[in-house]
Ligand binder design. Structure first.
Ligand SMILES: NC(=O)C1=CN([C@@H]2O[C@H](COP(=O)(O)OP(=O)(O)OC[C@H]3O[C@@H](n4cnc5c(N)ncnc54)[C@H](OP(=O)(O)O)[C@@H]3O)[C@@H](O)[C@H]2O)C=CC1
Ligand SMILES: CC[C@](O)(C(C)=O)C(=O)O
Ligand SMILES: [Mg+2]
Ligand SMILES: [Mg+2]
Length: 341
């Protein structure tokens, strides 16, 4: 059984007297910065001039160039997009990495796939929330938290694990649970989870269900509610009490349908595809493709992104959400206001 750390297991005093620089003020960046500050940590922000710089300034932070912030900080957390991190690191962070500082990641991609190679005299660790940044922030303000993983890649000070735990605690994660892992395990499981289940698998399932109903002549609005909107309500039940609680709440008819239809949808073939996806991640094939796609300025990413925005599911969804103020309310909490460019 994995050891899970909670608030009482963690000594946050190791962060006392230390300055944390958060590089990037997007989904994870704004959440880490605001949660750490409210937990009493000294936080500064590293950015290039632009929208995020203005937002972080508006939110009351001292904002510097990434180089200046890296020079001032003891702990440098890189929360810019994975694909920009190697260049930002080389140009603005590496020159300021004096002995005893800590370089921190929320995802292990660039260390695990050797895109960033830090000097031996710094701590390198991971504090990776297992949830979207806007929920890292929202749950913190509600007195709860999103669980996180920590991992130590280099321990130059002998304190890397304690600092990692304290960091995770101060963003609110130890309210929910913090687990120790390795960069390899975090990177491979995170990529697998988002591709096969959480994002890729779920989006494809929702779209296929919607298309099946609409192609059979049913109203798109009904198909949207059935295949997308209600998914959140079902997943909320799973989140609160596992599959058992979800099945307790749904009708027996639905539960029988679940048992009968589930294995016809996710077949041995689907599982074989999942194994292939995992293998591509483990062998570095996915990473290589993503790095190349970025070098070419994302031709495929941009084309698919545009087509997806115009999918009938998205068109009808935008219209229906306009009529649901409680759904739109999440925008004012920052989910869309802080969205990526
Ligand atoms: N999104 C999530 O919820 C999760 C993300 N992670 C990890 O967290 C890290 C951050 O991801 P995420 O929060 O999605 O990132 P975002 O895409 O939200 O980050 C955007 C931020 O990075 C800044 N940025 C972009 N390029 C540069 C640059 N060249 N110099 C300085 N700042 C720059 C942007 O500023 P500007 O406005 O100037 O463009 C903006 O503030 C990644 O490692 C990711 O894998 C881990 C768990 C979940
Ligand atoms: C599920 C996607 C994620 O891994 C996350 C929010 O945890 C990400 O990279 O954004
Ligand atoms: Mg993740
Ligand atoms: Mg991820």
């Amino acid at each position: 059984m994995a050891k899970v750390y909670y608030n009482g297991d963690v000594n946050e005093q190791v962060l006392e007297g230390k300055t944390v620089a958060i590089v990037g003020y997007g989904s994870q960046g704004h959440a880490h910065a605001q949660n750490l500050r409210e937990s009493g940590v000294d936080v500064i922000i590293g950015l290039r001039p632009g929208k995020s710089w203005d937002k972080a300034t508006e939110d009351g932070f001292s904002v510097y160039s990434v180089r200046e912030a890296s020079a001032k900080a003891d702990i440098i957390m890189i929360l810019s997009p994975d694909e920009h991190q190697p260049a930002i690191y080389k140009e603005s962070i590496e020159p300021e990495l004096t002995a005893g500082k800590a370089l921190v990641f929320a995802h292990g991609f660039n260390i695990h796939f050797n895109q960033i190679v830090p000097p031996e005299h710094v701590d390198v660790f991971l504090a990776a929330p297992k949830g979207p940044g806007h929920l890292v922030r929202r749950t913190y303000t509600e007195g709860a938290g999103v669980p996180a993983l920590i991992a130590v890649y280099q321990d130059a000070t002998g304190q890397a694990k304690d600092i990692a735990l304290a960091y995770a605690k101060q963003i609110g994660a130890a309210r929910a649970g913090v687990l120790e892992t390795t960069f390899k395990e975090e990177t491979e499981t995170d990529l697998f989870g988002e591709q096969a289940v959480l994002c890729g698998g779920t989006s494809a399932l929702v779209k296929a269900g919607f298309e099946t109903l609409v192609e059979a002549g049913y109203q798109p609005e009904i198909a949207y509610f059935e295949c997308l909107h209600e998914l959140k309500l079902i997943v909320d039940l799973m989140y609160e009490g596992g599959l058992e609680y979800m099945r307790y709440s749904i009708s027996d008819t639905a539960q029988w349908g679940d048992f009968q239809a589930g294995p016809r949808i996710v077949t041995d073939e689907t599982k074989a595809a999942m194994k292939e996806i995992l293998s591509d991640i483990q062998k570095g094939k996915f990473a290589k493709g993503w790095i190349l796609e970025n070098k070419l300025n994302r031709p495929e990413y941009n084309a698919i992104n545009e087509a997806e925005k115009n999918h009938p599911l998205e068109v009808v969804g935008r219209e229906l959400r306009e009529m649901m103020p409680f759904v739109k309310a999440s925008k004012s909490k920052g989910v869309v206001a802080n969205a990526k460019n």
